[in-house]
Design a protein around this ligand. Structure first.
Ligand code: HEC
Ligand code: HEC
Length: 325
């Protein structure tokens, strides 16, 4: 073939490729996310609201991220009167690809959202305005919970006191502002396992409470599945580097030697009824493990979590929990 023909063919191929890429970019920019709304309706019985209160404050710990925290004290106890107010910031300094701030989830912001819109935001990460949420909020995990549990949480957050506050919108950095649009997917809920199967029930609670997110090493903000629960995720704190410990049942480097009673006691030790979080000195370790919220978990639920963690394959991983800067 003549050289000129080759140039034409190549030129044509390059133009076609440019068109395809542009088409994909336009599709992502203007057509995604597009998770359909489901026909669901909250049944706000006193029992459902109570179940939702328990989950939102002590298991799925929604209030951990959507309230103001006293970060000058150990584990950042939520400040009374700020429940659901929003405004906690997760930004580049902490290793996030942009600046994300938790929205207000009191009725002040959500009263004109339908139940289906709130359900979709929590379980799929698509906001009411079609905004794709960044999975700081573990919506992939929430999307696998029992629909009844999510509906109870919605019933509860509709009852919390109104707080007038409008935190700034999140601002994902390029290219995450494009990529994030691909993330929202429809929920694929399961039925909550029976409590008599403590390992299965424990697995459900672990999924609901996001343990895996913090207790697994991450690359580019995504956890490495093969290293699940073996710790090693680093968190940059103002005065040091915090690294999550290994919570697989490895005897030497994990929680293999921790008895069920000690595990439960460890959590219950932070019950705000008897525990007052101490003010931190400049060199003290701060933690993002929401001990104070989890402390409200029922003993039977903590026991199930222990049973599940102890059913996992032990993984050896030595972690230095705190390096003071
Ligand atoms: C680890 C922190 C974290 C947890 C836990 C969490 N959220 Fe969020 N949530 C966020 C952040 C951050 C955003 C905003 C993300 C963004 O803008 O990209 C958000 C967004 C939302 C939105 C969308 C609101 C709007 O105005 O767009 C709702 C509703 C919501 N969360 C409810 C909940 C509920 C209910 C739970 C518990 C089941 C929960 N969140 C747990 C951090 C969290
Ligand atoms: C937001 C991040 C985060 C979440 C969510 C989280 N953890 Fe942690 N966890 C940490 C960090 C960091 C530490 C180390 C600092 C400390 O002891 O507080 C820790 C410490 C622990 C310890 C103490 C281990 C030891 O050897 O002393 C246990 C046990 C534990 N977590 C279990 C869990 C379980 C179970 C869950 C889910 C119900 C969970 N964590 C959820 C971050 C987290």
């Amino acid at each position: 073939m003549k050289r000129k023909t080759w140039v034409w063919i190549l030129g044509g191929l390059v133009s076609a490729l440019v068109l395809v890429v542009a088409g994909v970019m336009l599709y992502i920019r203007f057509a995604l996310p597009n998770v359909p709304l489901q026909s669901i309706k909250v049944n706000a019985t006193a029992e459902n609201v109570e179940r939702g209160r328990y989950l939102a404050n002590h298991v799925t710990v929604c209030m951990d991220c959507h309230s103001t925290r006293a970060w000058d004290r150990f584990s950042g106890p939520p400040i009374p009167g700020t429940l659901g107010k929003g405004g906690e910031v997760f930004d580049q300094k902490m290793g996030f690809p942009g600046s994300f701030s938790s929205p207000n989830i009191t009725p002040f912001n959500l009263s004109d959202w339908s139940d289906a819109e709130i359900y979709r935001a929590i379980t799929s990460g698509e906001g009411r305005d079609g905004r794709a949420l960044f999975p700081v909020m573990p919506y992939f995990a929430y999307g696998t919970l029992d629909t009844e549990d999510i509906l109870s949480i919605i019933a509860y957050i509709r009852t919390i006191p109104d707080i007038h506050n409008t935190p700034p919108l999140s601002n994902p950095a390029f290219p995450m502002n494009m990529i994030v649009r691909i993330f929202p997917v429809a929920a694929h809920p399961v039925q909550r396992p029976s409590e008599s199967d403590s390992v299965k029930y424990g697995e459900y609670l672990v999924r609901a409470s996001g343990c895996i997110e913090c207790h697994t090493e991450a690359e580019h903000g995504q956890i490495v599945k093969a290293l699940s629960f073996s710790g090693g995720r680093e968190f940059i704190m103002p005065n040091g580097v915090l690294t999550s410990p290994n919570i697989t049942p490895d005897m030497e480097t994990g929680i293999g030697k921790m008895s069920r009673e000690d595990f439960i006691k460890r959590f219950k030790g932070y019950d705000p009824e008897n525990y007052k979080a101490p003010k931190l000195g400049l060199k003290d370790m701060q933690t993002i493990m929401p001990w104070i919220m989890y402390a409200g978990m029922e003993v039977k639920d903590l026991a199930a979590i222990y049973a599940y963690l102890h059913s996992l394959p032990p993984r050896t991983n030595v972690v230095v929990r705190w390096k003071h800067l």
